[in-house]
Write a protein that binds this ligand. Sequence first.
Ligand code: KG4
Ligand code: ZN
Length: 343
Amino acid sequence: MRILGIESSCDETAAAVLEGDGRAFAILANVVHGQLDIHADFGGVVPELASRAHIRNIGPVVATALAQARVSEGSLDGIAVTVGPGLVGALLVGVAMARGMAMALGRPLLAIHHMEGHLMSPFLAGVTDFAFPFVALLVSGGHTLLVHALDFARYQVLGQTRDDSVGEAFDKGARMLGLTYPGGPAIAQLALHGNPHAFAFPRAMLDRTRHDFSYSGLKTALRTFLEREGAGEVGSIRQQDIAASFQEALIEPLVIKSLAACRTVGAQRLVVAGGVGANQRLRERLTQAAEVAGVRVLFPPVGLCTDNGAMIACAGLRRLAAGARGDTHLNARPRWSLAELMA
Ligand code: KG4
Ligand code: ZN
């Protein structure tokens, strides 16, 4: 089977063509058009600008994906599209495109939950011996989530953030330090030569048995610290130490809680997806801790961890293979929890 996947829930316009039988997959094309240049000056994604950019880019992105895959529209067996969660105006662009194509071609149209897409990343990464069940740590600008993936379409949310996502905390912290957006890579770069133990920033909810996160207290702690003690010159040793210490406080709960979640459900596999999964310090600390705990940790390539159409196509193909008929009249669902998907 061959399927087109469309993703436009946030600031990436993406389309991919995937071929497979529902178990093994081959990515024929995976085109992602980002909007960093549009949002950088604002220090975050501006929804209205995102929607307008999606409108400009969706046609060319889908056309490029089909051309790169060297397939015609008519050879598609289905179309999968992210319907939520995400920015409503952004989602509507992908949904309209997918609906139009599905109607014109007379093919099934599958509504995909964005987070189910992320959960597919290990199966796209070319790791042939990877299987359910596993725990996934999904960390991006929009979400901080621990999920127990028991099987396809059987997901249990173990924990999530009570306030800011970890990516958001990276971005807001970077802004306070006068760094550019996106803040994650900027802080990581500055932290490279800093001392992660120079300053003691708070780690929230480490003592809790639940697997939830909270990052708003840490954000406030950084603001208070900078007001009281100053940030130091840009690029100074002091600023490097602040960045490294702040980064450590962001990462430590992710490491501790991911492994605690594995212990709770008895999982021996852990997958990390989302933009923050690119963080080198997180990778090092998680790899070390997982080794001690006897857990195998998988970091799919960054291009498959961040928003893309291949993960949406993958979830769509699995649903199609499982007998889903699709719905040509589907609509955007900006607020749609993973728990509701299971209900
Ligand atoms: O998954 P993603 O690309 O887009 C969303 O769906 O949000 O994640 C973007 C987030 C941003 O907050 C960015 O600062 C963060 O991922 N990020 C990083 C790194 N690279 C990107 N955070 C920490 N370290 C990095 N190297
Ligand atoms: Zn995402």
